[in-house]
Design a protein around this ligand. Structure first.
Ligand code: DGY
Length: 323
């Protein structure tokens, strides 16, 4: 045996695939980049010592039932709600993720969505591309002012803090936030950021709300019709966290009826399906899960997976162990 057998479920940046090939002899790369699907993942867990999945792979408890050969799952990504980590752990599988290296890229994407939704950039771009622009006029496509408006952050982890800092120091936005943990200025770096006691209080007071809680059963539809109705009718919701933290049907209704003014979304409940009702709305900016999509970040994510894997294989504690 020449080292562990490794299955990589999707194409990775070339630099990382080169490292994998250089360091390990038995690596199966996915050159076609077609997702393995349930059957392919089921087989990989039974045939390979190491599986390196990502957010587009679903690994529910059933896939671990009856025992697996895999002993290490190195997720390419920080969010791991697509993996039943308890079932993995019961099956003796160590799971790792890639926190930290994608914080700035994802925070930048949240700001992109916030600005695009506020300034109607998607609508404007569609108008120009369609040849529909008739020229400058004082009342053309007026948006919402961003500078100095209040940002509400739900989930003040690494990415939430990074968004808050961009908004506070780049755009002079007062910061309100909700988090179950007491996150102080030593972590978020914003002396005048205010922690509120409930999600509702943040929703009621903010002009922009950016979601940064982890995807989990507890957070599913955390932003539902009742909570959307607590937001200002002029407010804009940004979601770069996970699709299922927002009730999509309720969001469509809120955007269509004017309960809120707009939204910017990078993530969806059933990716890559984006409901037609959402795509038809002019006041929502829709990105295809680009949060961490910079060359530098995706290479860093891949290298961090390798670091975790090598620690595991050397018998050391992987730096980003989830379970
Ligand atoms: C993550 O890492 O969880 C992202 O959503 C993938 O870019």
């Amino acid at each position: 045996m020449s080292g562990p057998s490794i299955v990589v479920t999707r194409r990775w940046p070339q630099a990382v695939e080169d490292q994998l090939r250089a360091r390990f002899r038995c690596v199966s790369l996915n050159e076609s980049d077609v997702p393995l699907g349930e059957a392919g993942l089921h087989a990989a867990l039974r045939e390979a010592d190491v599986v390196l999945p990502t957010v587009s792979d679903r690994l529910p408890a059933e896939l671990f039932e009856g025992g697996v050969r895999t002993v290490f799952l190195g997720n390419f990504g920080v969010g791991h709600n697509h993996i039943d980590v308890e079932a993995a752990s019961r099956a003796g599988v160590v799971v790792t993720n890639t926190p930290g290296v994608l914080t700035d890229a994802t925070a930048d994407t949240a700001m992109t969505l916030l600005l695009m939704a506020a300034r109607r950039a998607g609508e404007g771009e569609r108008e120009v591309r369609a040849g529909g622009w008739t020229g400058w006029r004082p009342t053309h496509m007026l948006g919402t002012h961003v500078t100095g408006r209040t940002l509400g952050v739900i989930g003040m982890g690494r990415i939430g803090c990074a968004v808050a800092r961009r908004a506070r120091f780049g755009f002079g936005m007062p910061i309100l936030y909700f988090d179950t943990q007491d996150v102080g200025p030593d972590r978020h770096g914003i002396p005048d950021a205010r922690r509120l006691d409930t999600v509702e209080e943040v929703l009621e007071s903010a002009d922009f709300v950016s979601l940064h809680m982890p995807g989990s059963a507890d957070n599913a539809h955390l932003v539902d019709a009742a909570r959307l109705s607590r937001m200002k009718p002029t407010a804009i919701l940004v979601n770069t966290a996970r699709g299922d933290v927002v009730d999509t049907d309720a969001l469509v209704k809120a955007l269509a009826s004017g309960t809120i003014a707009g939204a910017g979304l990078d993530v969806y409940e059933n990716e890559p399906d984006v409901p037609e009702a959402l795509r038809a709305l002019p006041n929502v900016v829709l990105l295809p899960h680009l949060g961490s999509a910079t060359v530098e970040t995706r290479v860093a994510m891949g290298m961090l997976v390798l670091e975790n894997l090598e620690a595991f294989l050397d018998g050391r504690e992987p730096p980003c162990r989830v379970c």
